[in-house]
Design a protein around this ligand. Sequence first.
Ligand SMILES: C[S@@+](CC[C@H](N)C(=O)[O-])C[C@H]1O[C@@H](n2cnc3c(N)ncnc32)[C@H](O)[C@@H]1O
Length: 289
Amino acid sequence: MYVKSNVCQNLLKGTLRFRFTALRSPSYNKGYTVRGSARPSPKFFFHFVPEKLRISLTLSEIIKKLFFLKILTMEIGGYDKVYKENSEIQKEVAGSIIESVLFFRQNKIKKILDLGCGTGRNTSYLKNGGFDVLGCDVSSEALNIAKKNVAGVFFEQCPMSSLSFPDDLFDGVVCNHVLQHGMINDIKKAVDEIYRVLRPNGVILLEVASTESSKYLKGTEVETNTRINVGGSDGHVPHHFFTKEEIQEFFKFFEILQLSHSIHPSELNPEIMSATWKMYAKKQYGKNF
Ligand SMILES: C[S@@+](CC[C@H](N)C(=O)[O-])C[C@H]1O[C@@H](n2cnc3c(N)ncnc32)[C@H](O)[C@@H]1O
């Protein structure tokens, strides 16, 4: 390594400073000059280091960054782990999806995105109901199972915060207990993405956990109303618990057609109570990205 690291701590002020000083490397005179005194080796680009790189972070910034990295790792590995260990966690179609069919038919909704489709239980139901449905999920493990379970449907792997579909493609989006598995910034991005991929007057059916849920007080709060280690097979991934006001704020560019709250036995563990928001909302015109 050609980087000498010099850590000086100033904990009295609550500040920790790292100082990295690059030493002249043996390959310094090889390669070609790009800018000033830094020369990359054509073979080993990692030798390309600025002469002096100083990073100064407060202790709380370091803790936040480490914590964010931990969350990110959980998000990537999180649901794959769940599906590897449990295969199909939910097999029966969700009640809200059964109810939605009538609503979608009445509102001439044909092309639907099942966002966070998991192993495809709802995708399959909508497909059999005559809808033109497409499933997406961040977990490749879930999608492998979904592809086996549901014939004739296209499944795409992408995170909710960055959907790989063109603007205005779908008449409807269903998002059943997915949006809650993100940090607040991810949730905001996902709502923007839902808005983007819906055609004007397209409709979203959303179901998310509420702050009335018994899991709300479990685990560790990592952000406002967001907890990890709340128990259950997916307890280690972030769970965000929504308030009514928050949903209204997140979906302010939608016309909320219906927003209802219910408390019922959990689908995964009937011994514990789940509290859920269910919302139908229509994309309105006028949001500029
Ligand atoms: C509780 S399961 C619900 C699955 C499905 N909607 C259902 O009702 O059967 C949550 C799903 O959200 C997916 N998910 C979690 N975080 C996601 C993200 N950032 N982007 C897309 N999907 C995500 C998980 O992989 C998992 O399949």
